[in-house]
Ligand binder design. Sequence first.
Ligand SMILES: [Zn+2]
Length: 168
Amino acid sequence: MSIFGNSIFGNKATGMVGGGQEDTAAANTLQKTDAQWREELTPEEYHVLRQAGTERPYTGEYWDTHTEGVYQCRACGAELFTSNEKFDSHCGWPSFWAPLTEGKVRYIHDRTLGMDRIEVRCASCDSHLGHVFEGEGYGTPTDQRYCINSVSLRLVAKGDAGDGQSRD
Ligand SMILES: [Zn+2]
């Protein structure tokens, strides 16, 4: 009586365990339709993240922020930059001299607007973050400036996610 076992039904059963929720195991590569992005992001976030727009300088949330913490991708939550690599470039956008680790972001040669630039995107969801420039003489360890839109990031302040142990 057990020739067929119950694996046939077992498979079916596991398919129903989720309770109808859509949040089944998120795949590593995040792929969403344009309509989904439009629904989840504000118009400004959508314009910058998904249409490679640029926020106006000195208007963003983080251009002058010195709070310690981790900057996540606002579209997918991947950790991209930290306050350790943020520096004052006075260019009007949050500037970093390196990403959290290589592999967190990807680079695309951007020749739009008659300029020759390197676009920086989130490696996890392919959203636009900003551009990276090199050799500007800022005196940072890499001499690079990751010029990133505030609206592409979300700062998680140190201490919000764990207990901040003081190091004095
Ligand atoms: Zn992302």
